[in-house]
Design a protein around this ligand. Structure first.
Ligand code: IDP
Ligand code: MG
Length: 149
């Protein structure tokens, strides 16, 4: 089973969207194995968004992600990395389909509510950046036999 890192960004937490977004992932059939409400430090933000450090929006992105609490999560499931990217929708909410989180809940690219890892390598890197091994819970979800064939 794959694992991925998902975060509700400060705008999503401030707007009270945390529960709705978690519900979508639970209803889809994925398993939550780690979760915490946290303030992101500058250092963590700069490491997390390291791939964007030369982009013009980098400074604003770091100051935004550190501006209030986020909800950091790890989700597990079959093809969960690409599936969550689909559920999130395109980076720019204008291009995100209705029915996706960004398509339904966001307007501007800089306030697009959620972050999700974009591949296996970034998922591993981001999970390790935000969670200690012991913060990830191994548990059996009884309904999985009704989700997976
Ligand atoms: P992603 O979040 O869909 O993976 P990335 O390209 O990795 O998108 O960009 C990270 C975040 O940086 C985006 O979610 C968005 O909030 C912000 N961002 C990306 N491009 C721009 C831009 O052109 N202007 C302002 N913010 C941007
Ligand atoms: Mg990205």
């Amino acid at each position: 089973m794959q694992q991925t890192f998902l975060a509700i960004k400060p705008d999503g937490v401030q707007r009270g969207l945390t529960g709705k977004i978690i519900s979508r992932l639970e209803e889809k059939g994925f398993k939550l194995i780690g979760m915490k409400l946290m303030k992101v430090t500058n250092e963590l933000a700069e490491r997390h968004y390291g791939e964007h450090k030369d982009k013009p929006f980098f400074k604003g992105l770091v100051s935004f992600i550190t501006s209030g609490p986020i909800v950091a999560m790890v989700w597990e499931g079959k093809n969960v990395i690409s599936s969550l990217r689909k559920i999130m929708g395109k980076t720019n909410p204008l291009d995100a389909e209705l029915g996706t989180v960004r398509g339904d809940f966001a307007v501007d690219i800089g306030k697009n509510v959620v972050h999700g890892s974009d591949g296996e390598e970034s998922a591993k890197r981001e999970i390790a950046l935000f969670f200690k091994e012991e913060e990830l819970i191994k548990w059996e979800q009884d309904i999985q036999k009704w989700i997976y064939e």
